[in-house]
Design a protein around this ligand. Structure first.
Ligand SMILES: [Zn+2]
Length: 839
């Protein structure tokens, strides 16, 4: 079988173009903004068959036949992916059902996730009714059931909003409940997380919440069924872990390792894991599953050899290989069958099948096969960073290790530096030899980690804008510690609970080490997010550097890595400025940038105790742009303007704080605050900034928080922007009067941040007459419960020919003073069919 290319059987030569064609076709389909009609995809499938038939004509030149095979598979993959997407989209939530009270029955399909606000769970819909009439819902939806209170916009609990506490629900239960749904909608920001794509991958076509208010029909458990046994088992194990381990932090980590519940890990821990580059270890990753398969195969081979009869029937190495894959599948399945686990199991499966059938394929073909199988199962996996990191990592291992044996089975997510070989290594030998081989394995592990780190650095920078400098030191200890000690203890704890105590102990030791590393001032290295070409060139450079070539050649990789390392997001010219209104849901957050300065006007809402616009959106965005803020302006104290402030202040220690928050506000402890007051002005790079409201004497009065909003005017003499927070009509009126006194109208602006998210208590006619903006930007949440922007207000803008742009339709909104005629919408930048099209 194994021979030089010239003697490869003709049939085998078609494998490479077929696999490549499949990948290219799938990738091309993912670029589509809208789907093609089904009949076009159907025709394309027929065309693929025709091309395949043509390629079988032996009288054609081999090269032509190879190209025909490539085209046939590309067309087939394109059409098949398109048809799958069409079928899925045909079950989308009808937009007329959004926000209505829908009575439904359904089955809980997965273990619920808890947070301090309540719980979230997946429901398989059985039937649904609106006003007594049956309606069709998507088959799988994502629901929240929140306890306690709603926060009103001012941050105070509203009367009468206390809800029924969430019941203890579990997978496999049938429930009857009233829900309110909306289409999958996520924030759209530059370099931001794509929640809509995540929901698409999870097969969830609507999100919403359980109506559990005092006047709603109480949710009812109809039955407990035997469906979803794996999910019920996972839930039981997770509950047992949390009962056993007092420290929530450690319990969460053990739960993540055993049942794949990453939500159980606390946010502060994630920060440490990311900073030290070991986040990949703390979830069920390819590395764990590969390691598990390896251990399982070794034990199985050892047992198998005890029985000559069994060995006669099937060689121990084959039995170990099959057993390893089957057990890896079981582990992946019980740990939640996440996308990375699916990838790994498919990859292991491919490698095992090849080996059992005695095929000796060249490694690029093995890699390509695994890639194509993963993509065939889930074409959208290609849009995930983890997919690229793992395949590039494995490719690097193959390319740099001339033996190219070890990595075939060790497909990791971040670090594929798994153990050598998948399953055929014999056990035994003398102690000294064993020790020597362990030493060699450890050395090999370290070397691989080094190679991968080197080669993946540009890719990681491209995908995440940040790499861990201490990652090598962290991983050198954390990989063996977590995979060989913590994970086995955590898993064996399922049958012997005291082992969980040991696992917690092991975690506490590791966590001490990691925290020490993360605290180092140079722990992470962040760069501005570079464009794709720079990343691709950088990955090439990293590969070159990692190859086993003479150093003179390898060093040529260094200059190739420079663009991705030194990339700078272009700043405005002197005298110009730009606005970036981030998509943070219901709240305000606008980045204002001049040639060498930047400020953030408001910091967006808080979503829950663990999550806010700061850590979810603004910190990653500021990091991707590599922006140092000179100033954070918090217009007023409401939580939809200050929610993200702690995270932003922590990341920007040099930023001053200007705000109207009261003297005993909790943020005062984080940064001394200067009161904003009319008359304050400064100039940055030829651009004037001026505070127009509130007046200094307003602080003596007991005004409501909205009235205290800091109003900021930004102007370069030609273009002007007006950021007004949540001012209401009284403040608008006063601004208009002040402007009349001033003579020339300082309110006249090109861009207005619409007051109070478009509430009907703002945007008075006189104010709009005075401002006369070209663009009015509304920062509001999709289907927010305040109904912002109010239709009656939108009419005021429309009558005056003012273009209103809102964040649900536009995503992040960007405007530049030197291109004052245009607003750039993040949602329009790269449109794809899986994104929500806001009606
Ligand atoms: Zn507000």
């Amino acid at each position: 079988m194994h021979s030089s290319p010239t003697h490869t059987p003709v049939a085998a030569r078609f494998i490479f173009p077929a696999l490549l064609g499949w990948l290219l076709g799938s990738a091309a389909q993912l670029q589509q903004a809208t789907l093609w009609a089904r009949w076009i995809d159907g025709t394309l499938l027929l065309l693929a068959l025709l091309l395949l038939a043509l390629s079988a004509i032996r009288s054609l030149a081999l090269r032509v036949r190879l190209v025909l095979v490539l085209l046939a598979f590309a067309a087939a993959a394109f059409a098949a992916t398109g048809l799958r997407a069409s079928a899925y989209l045909s079950e989308t939530l009808d937009s007329s059902l959004e926000g209505r009270d829908i009575a439904l029955t359904g089955m809980v399909a997965a273990m619920p996730q808890y947070n301090e606000a309540g719980l979230r769970f997946r429901l398989e819909v059985e039937s649904a009714q609106l006003d007594g009439k049956p309606v069709r819902l998507p088959p799988r939806i994502y629901l929240g059931w929140y306890s306690g209170y709603y926060l009103a916009e001012g941050g105070t609990p509203t009367a009468g909003q206390l809800q029924r506490q969430p019941a203890a629900i579990s997978a496999g239960e049938r429930w009857q409940m009233t829900v309110r749904l909306k289409a999958p909608h996520g924030a759209s920001n530059p370099y931001g997380f794509d929640y809509e794509l995540w929901l698409w991958e999870q097969g969830l076509q609507a999100t919403g919440y359980v109506r559990a208010g005092p006047r709603d029909a109480a949710p009812q458990r109809l039955a407990r069924t035997s469906w979803h046994p794996v999910e019920r088992w996972r839930q039981q194990v997770r509950d047992r872990i949390f009962e056993r381990i007092g420290e929530r932090q450690y319990a969460g980590l053990i739960a993540a390792l055993v049942v794949g519940d990453q939500n159980a890990i606390e946010r502060a821990d994630w920060d440490v894991f990311r900073a030290t580059g070991v986040a990949h270890l703390m979830s069920i990753s390819g590395l764990h599953i590969t390691m598990f398969a390896w251990l399982a195969a070794l034990s199985l081979a050892w047992l198998w050899r005890r029985s000559p009869a069994l060995c006669l029937w099937l060689p121990a190495s084959s039995a170990a290989l099959i057993g390893g894959v089957v057990l890896a599948f079981a582990y992946a399945f019980f740990s939640g069958w996440g996308v990375p686990s699916q990838r790994t199991v498919l990859m292991l499966f491919c490698v095992a099948v090849l080996r059992l059938s005695g095929k000796r394929w060249p490694w690029p073909q093995v890699l390509l096969l695994a890639c194509a199988v993963v993509v065939a199962a889930d074409p959208w996996a290609m849009l995930q960073p983890g997919f690229w990191l793992s395949f590039v990592a494995v490719g690097v291992l193959f390319a740099t290790d001339p033996g190219a044996k070890r990595a075939a089975a060790s497909v990791g997510d971040r670090a594929a530096a798994g153990p050598p070989q998948g399953g055929t290594a014999p056990l035994g030998g003398s102690g000294a030899r064993a020790a020597a081989s362990v030493g060699a394995s450890l050395w090999a592990l370290l070397h691989e980690q080094w190679v991968i780190t080197l080669a993946l650095t540009p890719l990681t920078l491209l995908l995440f804008g940040q790499v861990s400098v201490v990652g090598l030191a962290a991983n050198a200890l954390a990989i063996p510690w977590v995979t060989l000690l913590v994970t086995p203890l955590a898993m064996l704890g399922v049958v012997a609970e005291p082992l969980w105590d040991l696992a917690a102990l092991a975690i506490s030791a590791l966590s001490w080490y990691l925290q020490a590393l993360a605290a180092l001032p140079f722990a992470t290295f962040a760069v501005a997010q570079a464009p794709l070409w720079a990343g691709a060139v950088g990955v090439l450079g990293g590969l070159l550097l990692a190859m086993t070539l003479p150093w003179s050649l390898r060093l040529m990789g260094l200059p190739l890595m420079l663009p991705v390392l030194l990339w700078q997001v272009p700043a405005p010219q002197t005298g110009q400025f730009e606005l970036l209104a981030a998509d943070i849901g219901q709240g305000n957050a606008v980045i204002v940038r001049t040639a060498s300065h930047a400020l953030l006007y408001d910091a967006g809402p808080r979503f829950s105790r663990e999550s806010d616009a700061g850590n979810r959106v603004l910190v990653p965005l500021l990091r991707s742009l590599q922006l140092r803020l000179d100033l954070l302006v918090l217009s007023h104290r409401d939580i939809d303007h200050t929610g993200g402030a702690p995270a932003v202040l922590k990341m920007q220690p040099q930023a001053a704080l200007l705000s109207s928050i009261e003297d005993d506000h909790e943020l005062q402890a984080l940064r001394p605050t200067r009161r904003c007051a009319a008359g304050q002005r400064w100039q940055w790079d030829g651009v004037d900034f001026e505070v127009l409201s509130p007046l200094a004497q307003d602080y003596e009065l007991d005004l409501k928080s909205n009235a205290m909003s800091c109003v900021l005017r930004i102007s370069n003499g030609l273009q002007t922007a007006l950021l007004v927070g949540d001012i209401e009509q009284a403040q608008e009126q006063r601004l208009v009067e002040q402007a009349q006194l001033a003579g020339e109208n300082p309110l006249r602006s090109d861009v207005l941040l619409v007051p109070h998210h478009g509430s009907r208590f703002s945007s008075s006619a006189a104010f709009l007459e005075a401002v006369q903006p070209r663009f009015a930007l509304v920062q509001a949440g999709y289907r927010n419960r305040f109904g912002h922007p109010a239709p009656s207000v939108l009419v005021h803008y429309e009558e005056r020919g003012i273009r209103v742009i809102d964040s649900p339709h536009c995503g992040a909104m960007r405007w530049k003073s030197d291109q004052a005629q245009a607003i750039h919408c993040q949602r329009m930048q790269s449109q794809h069919y899986w994104q929500h099209h806001v009606p």
